[in-house]
Design a protein around this ligand. Structure first.
Ligand code: ADP
Length: 461
């Protein structure tokens, strides 16, 4: 047994995990807990009460109505479920409360382990100016621009922009989900962008602070996966390319990012690991970068498990959720950086319940279902035939992941896997994925973050 596959021996901080999420990630976490003999407590909304993964949980507790604000985002209801069930730990998954520092604090305040970084680290990374400052201090390369909030005086702001050079992007310190940013190509646009973004920031994020940086015109989205424990160990587990995006939402991800110099990646990975040590990070996290002309520029850190973690698991052979649970138990990562090696190439297609042309959500009853199989094919999904996709949540219904020795072979494997997949009763974006894997530019690799939208614009309906 390799060292990193060691089970949890000795005294445990927790024997049960409350899974504060839903859908495919709730099932992913539940499976990892079951392998480690951790008791699983699923919370659910009324809409998810009959979801198939409830049957394999040790305990299920319905915490409220279907609307996320009344269930998966309702901290009081989740804390009450914690008290009622006596759960030893909470896994927040991704989305919902996973990056809410106040929630992490509230969980720890009642003596429960929050499976994630310390609240202080979530808080720093949730403020984009503080995050940029911390990264610059740690030597992580950032997009050119100051690591301080913009002054009030427009003349001073224009002077900062002139120094950076146009185009620039105005961003809200508290922004997220692709909101709270605007591009400016000249001083007049800058003035308008500052006024509108400041107002939006005040209203939507409750934090009027803005900053500006250089706007990169044709970058790729490349990110680095980190794994850290509380004993000062921080490892990077390789990189991913998530440039195939529509409206800032990732559609296809792959590992490794094609065409990156191994030396450059190793240097950036080492910087990220060092930054984690400096801020006392614990658990898994992802450094997101824009990558252009052979240079990395940090944009943000996600302080949680990511949707696309499976492509890193397939290439590194490391079960990221299992490691997350082990380090939350206080165990050291029993793997050294030199032992982390990535093999082959992996892709992930996000399968959404949505129209493949209009992208309108398509909830409803799944009347028939067939998943693919064979070597190097993995499906992470909570779907079964007869399952009703609720209308209240994100449209992600599953992830199709393939792994093969080379990128070319992985593309062929994904084409076959997509051809063998059938989901009846609801519209899905499967046909979009089938077309993407026939797109010569995507197949050649290294397309930028605008490629998918441009390509979609040129497609005949
Ligand atoms: P959010 O937290 O809202 O996701 P990010 O800072 O991660 O915000 O940026 C989201 C997206 O906006 C990036 O993936 C990229 O497409 C674009 N973006 C952000 N900063 C820049 C920049 N300096 N130059 C070009 N594009 C940018």
């Amino acid at each position: 047994m390799p060292a990193h596959a060691a089970p949890i021996d000795g005294p445990r901080r927790f024997n049960s995990v409350l899974i504060a999420n839903r859908g495919e990630v709730a099932l992913r976490i539940q499976r990892a807990c079951r392998e480690l003999d951790l008791r699983t407590i699923m919370i659910c909304s009324e809409a998810d009460r009959n979801a198939p993964y409830m049957a394999t949980a040790d305990e299920v507790i319905c915490i409220g109505p279907s609307r996320p604000g009344q269930s998966y985002l309702n901290q009081a209801a989740i804390l009450l479920a914690l008290r009622t069930t006596g759960a030893g730990a909470v896994h927040p998954g991704y989305g919902f409360l996973s990056e809410n520092a106040g929630f992490a604090e509230a969980v720890e305040a009642v003596g429960t382990v929050f499976i994630g970084p310390p609240a202080s680290a979530i808080r720093i990374m949730g403020d984009k100016i503080a995050a940029k400052r911390a990264m610059m201090a740690a030597g992580v390369p950032c997009v050119p621009g100051p690591d301080t909030a913009l002054p009030d005086e427009i003349a001073e702001i224009k002077a900062i922009a002139a120094e950076i050079g146009y185009p620039v992007i105005v961003k809200a310190a508290g922004g997220g989900g692709g909101r709270g940013m605007r591009v400016a190509h000249d001083p007049a646009e800058l003035e308008a962008a500052v006024t509108v973004t400041r107002e939006e920031a005040r209203r939507a994020f409750g934090n009027p602070e803005l900053y500006i940086e250089k706007f990169l015109e044709q970058p790729r989205h490349v990110e680095i996966q980190l794994l850290c424990d509380e004993h000062g160990n921080a490892l990077w587990l390789g990189h991913r390319d998530c440039s195939m995006q529509r409206r800032h939402q990732k559609v296809v991800e792959e590992a490794p990012a094609p065409g990156l110099s191994a030396d450059l990646a190793a240097a950036i990975g080492a910087r990220c690991a060092e930054a984690c040590r400096q801020i006392g990070y614990r658990g898994v996290g992802t450094f997101e970068f824009l990558y252009e002309n052979g240079e990395f520029y940090f944009i943000e850190m996600n302080t949680r498990l990511q949707v696309e973690h499976p492509v890193t698991e397939m290439t590194s052979g490391i079960d990221i959720v299992r490691e997350q649970l082990r380090v939350a138990q206080g165990l050291p990562v029993d793997l050294s950086q030199a032992e982390v090696a990535t093999v082959g190439h992996a892709f992930e297609c996000r399968i959404n319940a949505e129209d493949p042309l209009t992208f309108a959500a398509s909830p409803g009853l799944v009347t028939g279902l067939q998943w693919p199989g064979g070597p190097g094919v993995r499906v992470d999904s909570h779907l079964v035939a007869g399952y009703k996709v609720p209308s209240h949540y994100d449209s992600l219904i599953g992830k199709l992941i393939v792994h093969a020795p080379t990128r070319e072979q992985a593309i062929r494997r994904m084409r076959v896997a997509l051809a063998d997949t059938r989901i009846d009763g609801i519209a899905t974006n499967l046909s979009l994925h089938r077309r993407i894997f026939e797109d010569p530019a995507f197949c050649a690799g290294a397309t930028d973050i605008h490629h998918l939208e441009k390509w979609l614009g040129g497609q005949k309906p």
